[in-house]
Ligand binder design. Structure first.
Ligand SMILES: [Zn+2]
Length: 310
């Protein structure tokens, strides 16, 4: 009998709990129960590297994010003040202080190099000759073939940095046979500075392997997505024989789909001997490429490849 009571009591309690803690508490005259909050956000935080099954390139915009390679956090503006600080005008001089000249926009410097003994990334070529390297990020994708065609017509070599999780990596062999260079841009376009060393190692190792298998050649160049890297990236890249390649001319082509006419002036304003020019595999880039090559040639530039990596 006593046992039955306990049993029935338990059933009532359970029912109450399932129908609502507050209601149950009211019936049993108990204090309101507080359910522990389940750790839902943990699943979001521990986001593992995306399986390579997500090819970010099937859409016309191959980059997995709408914001590919934005200028990496501008370096703590090294060129802040050759301009005299505007004097707060105690000077009795009648002449109005001329507005400080608009500081020339410094070439967007990708992430400042962390202090380390590891090899430093390549931002430009060590040359005083009017030579440049043009580089294309975020392929392979729907524009790769068109870009290769233009480069072949113009007889311009280039370096491609590919997301190895994209579908068309089999084009790697064509890229190399046409005299271009191929580097890794990770498997999934992951922002590496948000990943630990193990994840970074995985991204770089797998992308290097996938591209090497497709290209039938060792991959010795690497460009971190968004230009974002840290000491772990440097260590991992160095261990894999990958040279980190950044840029000192950012065409911002990815952001100029609606204003492709701004791509060439932007590049010509920044370019100098030895520049590494950042472009992306995008429709507006394909559209602009022949004229960009012509503009650079008219300014006396020739095109070359990256120095031997690895
Ligand atoms: Zn990218």
């Amino acid at each position: 009998m006593g046992f039955r009571r306990v049993l029935i009591g338990s059933v009532v309690l359970l029912t109450c709990l399932t129908t609502g803690a507050t209601a149950g508490a009211a019936v049993l005259n108990l204090p309101t129960l507080h359910w522990p909050t389940i750790g839902l956000h943990r699943a979001i935080e521990s986001d593992p590297p995306l399986p390579e099954a997500t090819p970010p390139d099937s859409a016309p915009e191959p980059a997995p994010t709408p914001d590919p390679d934005p200028i990496p956090a501008p370096a703590p503006s090294p060129i802040t003040a050759p301009t005299p600080a505007p004097i707060p005008a105690p000077a009795p001089t009648p002449a109005p202080i001329p507005a400080p000249p608009p500081a020339p926009v410094p070439a967007p410097t990708p992430t400042p190099a962390p202090t380390t003994n590891l090899p430093q990334p390549l931002y430009s070529l060590p040359t005083k000759n009017r030579e440049v390297v043009i580089t294309f990020d975020d392929g392979p994708g729907p524009y790769t073939t068109a870009i290769l065609k233009i480069l072949a017509t113009e007889k311009v070599p280039a370096a491609f940095f590919w997301i190895a999780g994209n579908k068309q990596v089999s084009l790697a062999a064509d890229v190399l046979s046409l005299g271009h260079q191929l580097g890794s841009h990770t498997m999934t376009h992951l922002k590496l500075t948000g990943a630990d060393a193990k994840v970074q190692l995985d991204e770089l190792t797998r992308s290097q392997q996938v591209l090497a298998a497709a290209a039938k050649e060792k991959i010795t160049y690497f460009r971190p997505p968004y230009g974002a890297y840290n000491a772990d990236t440097q260590a991992v890249a160095s261990g894999l024989g990958l040279t980190l390649v950044l840029w000192n001319v950012d065409s911002r082509d990815w952001a100029l789909a609606a204003h492709p006419e701004q791509i060439i002036p932007g590049v010509m304003q920044q370019v100098k001997p030895g520049s590494i020019i950042l472009l992306h595999e995008r429709a507006q880039t394909v559209q602009t490429l022949p004229d960009l090559i012509e503009a650079l040639r008219e300014a006396g530039y020739t095109f070359r490849l990256l120095p031997a990596g690895g």
